[in-house]
Design a protein around this ligand. Structure first.
Ligand SMILES: [Zn+2]
Ligand SMILES: [Zn+2]
Length: 113
């Protein structure tokens, strides 16, 4: 029962935010409602949900972020501040190759100044 609550709380937070938080941000948010939850539990649930494709795990070189936006979309990822912005799915002509997800790495507006 408790596990389900924790999982639901994590899903509902990820579906409400568009900030693509990392595990510790998810932990800090969910902890406000479920004070007894541990960071390890949050990690385990995030892994589980990503494997089930309920959420998306965005793997970077040395960090991971999580996305609960279930609409099909692509990403602009800033390599400097690690912010991630959702953009509508790109229409690319790639010789019948069907890209599932396009992550474009670069500098966001703020970091590019
Ligand atoms: Zn940036
Ligand atoms: Zn996204």
């Amino acid at each position: 029962m408790k596990l389900t609550n924790q999982r639901e709380e994590i899903i509902s937070y990820l579906q409400r935010t568009r900030s693509h938080p990392d595990a510790s941000e998810v932990y800090n948010k969910v902890k406000k409602k479920l004070p007894r939850i541990s960071l390890g539990t949050v990690y385990r649930n995030l892994d589980f949900l990503a494997k089930q494709n309920t959420i998306e795990k965005i793997n970077m070189e040395n960090y991971e972020k999580y996305d609960g936006n279930s609409e099909i979309h692509d990403h602009l990822i800033c390599t400097n501040c690690h912010s991630i912005e959702d953009i509508p799915k790109l229409k690319l002509n790639l010789k019948n190759f069907e890209p599932k997800k396009v992550n474009i790495f670069g500098l966001c507006e703020k970091c590019n100044k």
